[in-house]
Design a protein around this ligand. Sequence first.
Ligand code: PA5
Length: 485
Amino acid sequence: MARTAMPDFTASPESVRTHGMNTSPLSIDYSLCMSDGVGDRGGLTDAELDAEAPAFERGLARLLGEVDAGRLGFFTLPKERAALQAIDAYVGSLPEGITDVLMLGIGGSSLGAKALVEGLGASTELAFTQPERRRLHLPDNSDPGRLAALLGCLEPRATLVVAVSKSGGTVETAAALLVARQWLAQGLAEKASEHLVVITDPEGGSLHDLAEAEGLEAFSIPSNVGGRFSVFTPVGLLPARLLGLDASGLLDGAAAMAEACRVPTLRDNPAGLLATLHVLHQRLRGHGIHVLMPYADALRPFAAWYVQLWAESLGKRLDRRGRIVESGPTPLPAVGATDQHAQGQLFVEGPRDKLVTFVRVAELAHDLTIPHEDGDYAYLGGHSLAQLLDFERRGTALALAEGGRPNLTIGLPRLDAHGLGALFFLYQAATAIAGELYGVNAFDQPGVEGGKELAYGLLGRAGYAEAAARVRDLEAARSKRHSLG
Ligand code: PA5
């Protein structure tokens, strides 16, 4: 473990523990989640952390075995550049005048793309998009409000529709695609197919079949990469390139982090350290709520992406051996300083069930200096808004620590493609390693299938008559309603 004094620290200099990496600009300061930073009640001891090292080493070895055997694809994606070359060729060949990209997908087929483009400074909120850039729209839900509004204001001839579904069978995406395809056909007749591209599993599925039947441009999510681990496939890379963002830098940053995450020593492996701290805080101190709180608006969607990654990967009924464990942490997104005024009270004084991770960006893309004024606000004069944000993070971290509440800080010098790529990869690898430590399969999601099947039954899908009957039985059994009026 390196103990390095940082220019900005959240505890006394002698107790700062920084995990810094030679190959990556990212650092992890975990001083305030250890007992010498927050006391024994809230913090882990060195002995407790070190005792988990053998489990980490076994878990990492098993994971890397899967990677090297080609069964686990996400780990090697950052080194592969063929998809990016194909994407660049396609983007260069697009019809003139495409100003808008409408991306239809949900869960892992949407959250990573949003986190990526917003993380690199391209807003997906219409009011904040830059005039020189294409605009990306991600309705990300079946609620018709947003899609109806978008189709009402976009022009088919200036829009590229990107349908993303690894399985090809996700009902929300399929339904939105059918609506958008009809909209394109009404506006563009036989040219409509030039404005539609799909991203799906190359080995089959309804979306794959549709693309083949209609001769649509199609990009692949490799079969050995799951939805929430797919940000470095065309799922993230195509929207990035359509908006002119630095996708190669992103992959470079991720590749450097991937190297660091192969290191077999717990305290030298950033993902291993992050995962182990979280798992032990839950297991030994009851800190099962894992808050991710970046102090940067551009990382707000990153926190939403993290929630899906952590929750869907780790919340499992059965462990790898088939025993019932019903385990997993509860991820909670927050953003500083906004949530200091919403959830901060709960974090500082509520139940002692949380581990908070702050993300600090040392140099924000924009800054504004606060002007001098005499009177009550004189103390603000000469500071900048970025400095204020940083002081607020430090204040919050220290206030938590003072009350014995553990927290850690991931530091990035700036939010560029390299740093963001490293951050994405760090969390993907940490999730995989946490899965090993919890003893569960981090790459499936059997729990979400039940609800999907009942919805298919309600929709009258062929082969789901039994599910429709189950819906009727379940609703009849629960028909005693408490209602007003
Ligand atoms: O991570 C996952 O596998 C899921 O969240 C999926 O991404 C989500 O359910 C969408 O699935 P698909 O891409 O098959 O439409």
